[in-house]
Design a binder for this molecule. Structure first.
Ligand code: PRP
Ligand code: MG
Length: 211
């Protein structure tokens, strides 16, 4: 039985497709810059779809994909109640959640601060735990812009290499959570396609050891 994997589009799909190809799977129609969203391997063992990261758990929960690979940050923010099994930590896509602001500019944390973020739930939880009064503005990307144009005092966002912050004159004020890419699985698929899924996990785990 073929397994359908939903991959979070972007850095994760590029890394995982590379893994799979290096492990012997051939995807004749795949290239990094293709606009296609579905790829099958030449032995018809895997069907890969490229999905926007917040939607990966939706496809898996509803059984439209058997497994999904997505950042843990997105799972915590968007899918904490999703009925899926988390089966593997891939050890790639490591990043940290951070509060960041304009480099060298002091932020008065004692007053109500404004936060631009793609992660309103994570941001609210963090600041409420720390008893800060905050105004959260939900953005959908390029959040580094917000403090630069006066939309917010700070941002809450993931930092991987730190290049985006640096390129935009921002700096980390506080790191507060660590994340990595996770494999999630539909509970029914996990039973019906048990051996195929175990095999896939083995292939990916082997790659992880080689990194
Ligand atoms: C993510 C994240 C940061 C950046 C972090 O943005 O929101 O902006 O990557 O990576 P770095 O530390 O290696 O620079 P993404 O590229 O996914 O774009 P988006 O925020 O516009 O969706
Ligand atoms: Mg970004």
């Amino acid at each position: 039985m073929a397994i359908h994997i939903a991959l979070a589009k972007g850095r994760i799909h590029k890394a995982v497709m590379k893994y799979l190809q290096e492990s012997g799977y051939e995807f004749p129609t795949y290239s990094e810059d293709s606009r296609k969203l579905i790829f099958e391997d030449s032995k018809s063992m895997l069907k890969v779809t490229l999905v926007k990261s917040p939607d990966v758990a939706v496809y898996v929960e509803r059984g439209a994909a058997d497994v999904g690979i997505v950042g843990e940050d997105v799972l915590v923010e968007e899918a904490s109640g999703a009925a899926v099994y988390e089966v593997l930590d891939l050890g790639i896509g490591r990043c940290r959640m951070a509060v960041a602001g304009i480099a060298g500019k002091k932020v008065d944390m004692t007053r109500r601060i404004t936060i631009g973020t793609k992660y309103p739930r994570i941001a609210r939880q963090y600041f409420e735990q720390n008893h800060h009064s905050v105004d959260i503005i939900k953005l959908n990307g390029s959040v580094e812009l917000a403090p630069l144009v006066g939309l917010s005092d700070v941002i809450v966002d993931i930092v991987e290499t730190g290049n985006t912050l640096k390129a935009n004159g921002l700096e980390v004020l506080q790191y507060f959570m660590d994340f990595s890419a996770r494999m999630i699985c539909n509970p029914v698929s996990f039973k019906i396609k048990y051996s195929e899924i175990q095999q896939l996990m083995k292939v990916i785990q082997q790659k992880e050891l080689e990194v």
